[in-house]
Write a protein that binds this ligand. Structure first.
Ligand SMILES: C[S@@+](CC[C@H](N)C(=O)[O-])C[C@H]1O[C@@H](n2cnc3c(N)ncnc32)[C@H](O)[C@@H]1O
Length: 245
């Protein structure tokens, strides 16, 4: 499996992940998924970059057949424990979203809070890499299936970028990527490791989804904890793509 600095980062982050404020609206997010994907009762859901299973487990409790895919053993251990404690069965798979497909298997795919999308590894082509993930999602969806996917919004990132950040190579306007160190995100991390994130505009995301063979319902402002079918604002951290196969 391809190595990713994000795997190490999330292994370290895992024990604290569910303390983060952006994880606190999970119940409302799960309700939103159930209401707006139209997943049939008992239908199959792929949670790509499932993390600690905060969506996978309640969706399984609601009667869906859930597969959670993630790169990080640390995150998956917590997800497995969460499922055990809830007394529910979830299929957890350690895999890279760039490589994972299961053709025509899922009624719904969720890829939330940058569950792999936009989290680049060194050497990844910043333009092509996430297009592969979208194609894999399209392959894995059943015809008529629905995907909800979050991506970091470039509008906010560009407004926050400085000339210094561009000059130092920290923010690259040509690829809409930002480099940071694990310490910037986890100040007490026991290691230093360079991370790279990719930001998106709504029209780019729409175009990529269409190129992957998906039919786009819309791209909305989708910051965690504040989902809705509303226009993207300059302050949204994330975009939310909703599309069907
Ligand atoms: C910010 S967390 C989001 C977790 C979950 N979706 C949520 O909403 O809380 C990102 C997750 O994506 C996983 N991840 C990062 N890169 C990945 C990749 N290439 N393939 C699969 N999972 C990946 C990380 O291990 C981490 O668990």
């Amino acid at each position: 499996m391809t190595t990713s600095p994000w795997r190490r980062f999330f292994d370290e982050f895992a024990p604290r992940y569910d303390d983060e404020v952006f994880t606190k609206n999970t119940a409302a997010e799960v309700e939103f998924i159930i209401e707006h994907t139209g997943t049939p009762p008992g239908g199959a859901i792929l949670d790509l970059g499932c993390g600690t299973g905060r969506h996978s487990v309640p969706l399984a409790l609601a009667g869906f057949l859930v597969t959670g895919v993630d790169l990080s053993e640390g995150m998956l251990e917590i997800a497995e424990r969460r499922a055990q404690q809830a007394g529910v069965s979830v299929e957890f798979v350690r895999a890279n979203a760039v490589e994972f497909t299961r053709p025509d298997a899922f009624d719904t795919v969720i890829c939330l809070c940058e569950g792999s999308f936009g989290l680049l590894s060194e050497g990844d082509d910043a333009i092509k890499r996430d297009a592969t993930i979208l194609r894999n999602i399209a392959v894995s969806l059943k015809p008529g299936g629905v995907v909800i996917l979050n991506a970091l919004s470039a509008l906010r990132a560009v407004r926050a970028a400085t000339e210094d950040a561009v000059a130092s190579g920290r923010f690259d306007p040509m690829t809409l990527t930002e480099r940071s160190d694990a310490h910037d995100l986890l100040p007490d991390a026991a290691f230093s490791i360079e991370l790279r994130e990719r930001f998106y505009t709504a029209p780019e995301l729409r175009h990529m989804a269409e190129a992957a063979g998906l039919s786009v319902r819309g791209v909305y402002g989708g910051t965690a904890g504040n989902w809705g079918f509303r226009p993207v604002t300059l302050d949204d951290y994330e975009l939310m793509l909703v599309a069907t196969k």
